[in-house]
Ligand binder design. Sequence first.
Ligand code: ADP
Ligand code: MG
Length: 296
Amino acid sequence: ATMPPLLSTIANAGRHGVLVKSAVVMERLGQVDAVALDKTGTLTEGTPRVTDIRPLDGAVLDEDGLLALAAAAEHPSEHPLARAVVDAARARGFALLPAVDFRSSPGIGVTATVGGDVVAVGAPSRLLTGHQETSPAAALASELEAGGRTAVLVQVNGVAAGVLGIADRPRPDAAATVAALTKLTGTAPTLLTGDNPRAAARLAAEVGITDVRAGLLPEDKVAAVQEWEKAGVKVLVVGDGVNDAPALAAAHVGIAMGRAGSDLALETADAVIVRDELATVPTVVALSRRARALVV
Ligand code: ADP
Ligand code: MG
């Protein structure tokens, strides 16, 4: 028996390592005319490493203390940056300190209580407000960001204790994927990220993206998608994080990175990349177009 083209195309996409959740999604993939890609965990490998541990001058914590406290607060988080912090602490042989009252704010960071102290770990631009924008902590974060790092601020009871520098590599197939998507849609993909503008610009340059939108909260990613959709542009969003879920839902098609993607992103997305190869995104778009050509 011959399968209807869209169903056999779903099976084919599966062989390429992409789980497409329905025939409607399979069809929509071929309709997209713009692509928006998340940075951390999507264009990058998502296994970032802590490269700098910088306690603030005069702060009570040394390098080890700063890392240990940050790791305790980050431990419950599934964010790639959190895993980097926990791995760095484990690499130094630290046992994780117990933390309670864990809370996470997508696109911002985490807080938890460790040994009676409230520890916040997250984006300097979000945690340092008002007069703190010109503080030594902000200058330190800025210095690390100028080097292309993602700077993560550690606060103890609301007071800056230090900054961690974190670096991530582009996926080996990121540049080829951007080139293939550019060819398919006629326009280069856009980078949508919650990270700082300098780390975003560096990564974008490495993979061939020029349209960069950085410092975005989850709702800002949605607004960007809605702007396109209002202009009649059907946009494909690829992301991995809790912070990407609303944009994945708003997009014409949302695709989640499967291996390290958050549960929320996997549930919300219309399709999941199960083999962790970003290059399968243009492949499934092309498959959909070919199937449509057969149907029409
Ligand atoms: P992206 O859009 O690149 O995937 P996110 O929106 O997940 O990035 O995160 C944006 C920024 O928020 C990060 O660069 C970081 O500064 C901060 N952040 C978010 N979650 C965490 C976390 N668990 N630990 C530290 N920082 C975090
Ligand atoms: Mg991400």
